[in-house]
Write a protein of this length. Sequence first.
Length: 692
Amino acid sequence: MTDPISPTRKPRTPRTRARSAPAPAAPAAPPPSATRAADAGLPDDLARRVIVEHVTPMIDGGRFPIKRTPGEPIVVTASIYADGHDMLAGVLRYRHRPAGAPAAAGDEGWVEVPMSPLGNDEWTATFAAGEPGEAEYTVEGWIDTLATWRKGLAAKVDAGQDVASELLEGAVLLRDAASRSPQAELLAGRAAVLESDRSLEQRITAGLDVTVAEAASAAADRARATRFEPVLRVLVDRERARYGAWYEMFPRSAGSDPARSATFREAEARLAAIAAMGFDVLYLPPIHPIGHTYRKGRNNTLTAGPGDPGSPWAIGSADGGHMSVDPGLGTLEDFGRFVEAARSHGLEIALDLAYQCSPDHPYVGEHPEWFRHRPDGTIKYAENPPKKYQDIYPFDFECEDWRGLWRELRRIIEFWCERGVRIFRVDNPHTKSFRFWEWALAGVRERFPDAIFLAEAFTRPKIMRYLAKLGFDQSYTYFTWRNTRDELIDYFTELTKTPVREYMRPNLFANTPDILHAFLQTGGPAAFRIRLVLAATLGASYGIYSGFELCEDVPARPGSEEYMDSEKYQIRVRDWTAQPNITPLVARVNRIRRAHPALHGDWSLQFHATDNAQILCYSKTSPDAADRVLMAVSLDPHHLQHGWVQVPPGLSRGADAEYQVEDLLTGAVYIWRGDWNYVRLTPENPAHILKV
């Protein structure tokens, strides 16, 4: 369309204007000096026509890394488009940085994977996470001039148009590509064919040759390519960050005398039984000296009796602080022996990391500035009104000497790493500085790339997610309080099918020393069976606190989730042969988990329809699709529940075909037919884990 006020064409005179009126003058051209000044403000980037945006996965605009374990895929998608109708090309660029290695400079170490178009300007490519450390990735897109030329040539050939000029243009493009290509001889030779006196058919065939097209595209001119910024990151953890079964025990209760603490040497006798149940991680509450001032008594009473051992979370006494072992347990050397003994049984030790002090902790006298003070100068103890914790002093992460405090707290982690511990369950991290955790965890990983941190933060969703973003490898969840079918489906869909899964790995504890849910209090042994199977199969990582296998279900009082005679405040010597006892079921479930790769991850979780709201049906699939298991679990610990469950495609054999399924829990074999099949679940056998 002609511009109606173009300076090269006299404007048409409006009809209302007198014919004698002079036409407006054409705009004067700017002086050369003004043009040069304007051009000086045009950076080269403005000539980049390709847009690259909406790269996924990406957390908060690239502020935080996504998480993977070695070998896990990172499927990257991006929107790539440009003005006009030119053909585009794109690559996924990635590089690995093993932990402790210096960051690569510039373009060093990048690997490129061609991206494939998905339609609607969406492109994708995949790479696999390397060894523990970090990886970087980004996307680059550019105009593919050779592909654009070939598309136009093919269109004109199909339309029967003259393509002599196009063939000469192609020769120029191929020679240009040859100047950048290791296949220069091939490209230059085909360029010569395009401008030769051979037949038109031969020249067209040479121009449309796929082999030549691939070589030319690989040597495309990317001087004006657009690269997405910022470069995105992957935090690569070892496999245990993704998959594992945890068992929590108080080592001081592992002896035979409830009047004194068991030692680590005595606790070694319990390792074989824990390993036989199939656990991977043995988690210990704080093992440090316990304060005497305001020590809590049994059942959290305010006054301790002469023999009350106090809460392990009231850390510190004249015997030492966070880098010491409670004398009742033994010495640092005894702890080292315990770590090695656990390792010989295939168990890895996890320690509780609780950043708080008893009034008797050496830090209180040596660094009173690390704590908050009242106007009268006394140190403030922990409170969660109306609850008061006079036996605990929290640190002040904003004190004047916050740098000294932060360095000391990180040194605590490194101290235990140096003694063979690589897993930490962190107590209430949401009550400490987020910036501290981001700094401390990153620093620890530089020295100990295999370190794993579990956030014990039963708090608001955004805070739990932020802790996961800033570096915690695993997170406690709301699983304990999700007990109906709809609650479980909604919550686990959020954890496994939304962007949350890119950075937050759930660890499903069926109980803890702090949490005995009403479902377990009132459901009897069946409730423990149900929650065990749910935790172990919904989550790749799960845990139980000792006593779960004995179905301990007595609360401190009605309406409370605290245990009666809580092990937090007294030594509990148990009879591991007592009834009821689901130890064989725990061992069976853990053996199934180890044998089936489908249960080693969370992302493949799929829920399936049932005609009974008291039955939850779901499946998981291994990354190579070679292993699939189907779970049907009753959510009612009191009554028989039965009904029909829908078998997902790939497990069923069609509408009328018969097939065999085996219950891995009982060994029973069933003949099923079609997509819908009948299940019958009792309090004694409330779940199926089925292999087709």
